[in-house]
Design a protein around this ligand. Structure first.
Ligand code: OSB
Ligand code: MG
Length: 366
C-alpha cells in the first residue's frame, strides 16, 4: 500500500467536566490526530499524549515533532500494518506517537480490504461491558453524586482516582452508599511509595477489584514487594509500555492484572501481543483509556472485545467526556458499547464538527 501523505491535525475538545487525577487537572483534551491518505482510502489514528508530560514523558508537541521529523519520513514506500512497527523500531520510545501513526495506517489498510478492527484483532464479542473513571473531587458528597449518576447511566464498574489524602475515606463512602456488589477499583497514577504500604493495606477492607499503578512507573520491583503486603490485586498501567515489560512484571510478581492502553504501548498490534501474553499466563487484562474521542474509542472498543479482556474497561460513552464527539457518539446500551463492524475503525469524523474543533493542520507529502 502506498501512502501519499499524512495530515497532522490538532484539535481542542472541551471536557464536560474537569478531570482531576493525582498528576493534574484536565479541562480540555488537546488531541493530535494523524490521517494517512492512500489512493484508495484514508485512515485515522488518535495520539493519546497529553499537553504536558505528567502522566508519561510524552506530550503533544513532542509527539508532533517526532512524527514529522523522524517517524513519518521513515515509512517504507510500500507499507502495510505490520511494516510500520518495524520501520519505526530504530527510534527509541515515543510509543504514543508511533501508535497514532500505526493506527492511521492500519485503519487505511483495513478500510481498503473492508475488514473491521474487531475482526482483524480477533474480537470474540459484539459488545463490551463499560466502566467509568471518576476523577478526584472537592468533597465526598460531590463524589457520591457523580458515582450515582454513572450507575444510573448503566456503568457496570466504577474506578475512583485516588491520591494521598483522597483514598480510604472516598472508597469507604462509595462502598457504604452503593453496597458490596458494586464492582469498584482505584487508580493512584503512581502517587505513592513503598513507605505507604501500611496505609494502602487499609484499602484491603473494601473488596476492591484492583489498585491501579500505586507506585512509580519504573518501580516494578517495589510493586512486587507491595503485592506481598496487600490482598487487593495490583494492576499496572504506566509501568507497562510493551509486551517485554508485561513479561517482566508477570515474572517478578509485580501485578496480577494489566491495564492495556493501546495508545500508550505503541499501538493495537503490541496491545494484542500483551493480551496474548497475559492470557497465556492467566493474567486478567482490561482496556484503559486516555479520554479518547470517538476515533480512538472505536478501536479501543474493538480491542476490548478480545477474549482475554475479562474485566470491564475505561471504555465509556462519548457523553462522559464530550458534549459533542467528533464521530457519531458512542452511547451506552445496558452498560455496554457495541463493537463497530464497518471497515477499519467503522466510524468517521463528522466534517463540520471536526472543522469546528480544529486548531491547526499540517500536510506532509510522502
Ligand atoms: O491512568 O487510566 C489513567 C485518563 C488520562 C490519563 C490517564 C488515565 C486516565 C483515565 C481515564 O483514567 C480513562 C478514560 O476514561 O479514558
Ligand atoms: Mg491508570
Amino acid at each position: 500500500m502506498k501512502v501519499t501523505g499524512i495530515e497532522l491535525r490538532r484539535i481542542a475538545m472541551p471536557l464536560v467536566a474537569p478531570f482531576r487525577t493525582s498528576f493534574g487537572v484536565e479541562h480540555d483534551r488537546d488531541v493530535l490526530l494523524v490521517r494517512a491518505v492512500t489512493p484508495d482510502a484514508e485512515g485515522w489514528g488518535e495520539c493519546v499524549a497529553m499537553t504536558e508530560p505528567l502522566y508519561s514523558s510524552e506530550y503533544v508537541d513532542g509527539a508532533a515533532e517526532v512524527l514529522r521529523r523522524f517517524l513519518i519520513p521513515a515509512l517504507p514506500e510500500d507499507v502495510d500494518a505490520y511494516r510500520v512497527g518495524r520501520a519505526l523500531e530504530p527510534f527509541k520510545g515515543h510509543r504514543m506517537a508511533k501508535a497514532a501513526l500505526e493506527t492511521a495506517i492500519l485503519d487505511a489498510w483495513l478500510r481498503t480490504s473492508g475488514e473491521s478492527f474487531g475482526r482483524f484483532l480477533g474480537a470474540a464479542a459484539d459488545r463490551v461491558p463499560c466502566g467509568v473513571s471518576v476523577g478526584i473531587m472537592d468533597s465526598v458528597p460531590e463524589l457520591l453524586d457523580a458515582v450515582a449518576g454513572y450507575i444510573d447511566e448503566g456503568y457496570v464498574r466504577i474506578k475512583l482516582k485516588i491520591e494521598p489524602g483522597w483514598d480510604v475515606e472516598p472508597v469507604r463512602a462509595v462502598r457504604e452508599r452503593f453496597g458490596d456488589d458494586l464492582l469498584l477499583q482505584v487508580d493512584a497514577n503512581a502517587a505513592y511509595t513503598l513507605v505507604d504500604a501500611p496505609h494502602l493495606a487499609r484499602l484491603d477492607a473494601f473488596g476492591l477489584l484492583l489498585i491501579e499503578q500505586p507506585l512509580a512507573n519504573d518501580d516494578l520491583v517495589q510493586h512486587a514487594q507491595l503485592a506481598k503486603r496487600l490482598t487487593t490485586p495490583i494492576c499496572l498501567d504506566e509501568s507497562i509500555e510493551s509486551a517485554e515489560h508485561a513479561a517482566a512484571a508477570i515474572t517478578l510478581g509485580a501485578c496480577s492484572i494489566v491495564n492495556i492502553k493501546p495508545g500508550r504501548i505503541g499501538g493495537y498490534l503490541e496491545a494484542r501481543r500483551i493480551h496474548d501474553l497475559c492470557r497465556a499466563h492467566g493474567i486478567a487484562v482490561w482496556c484503559g483509556g486516555m479520554l479518547e474521542t470517538g476515533l480512538g474509542r472505536a478501536a479501543n472498543v474493538a480491542l476490548a472485545a478480545l477474549p482475554g479482556f475479562t474485566l470491564p474497561g475505561d471504555t465509556s460513552g462519548s457523553r462522559r467526556y464530550y458534549a459533542t464527539d467528533i464521530t457519531e457518539p458512542f452511547v451506552l446500551e445496558d452498560g455496554h458499547l457495541r463493537v463497530p463492524t464497518g471497515p477499519g475503525l467503522g466510524v468517521d469524523p463528522i466534517p463540520a464538527v471536526l472543522d469546528e474543533v480544529t486548531v491547526s493542520t499540517e500536510w506532509i507529502t510522502l
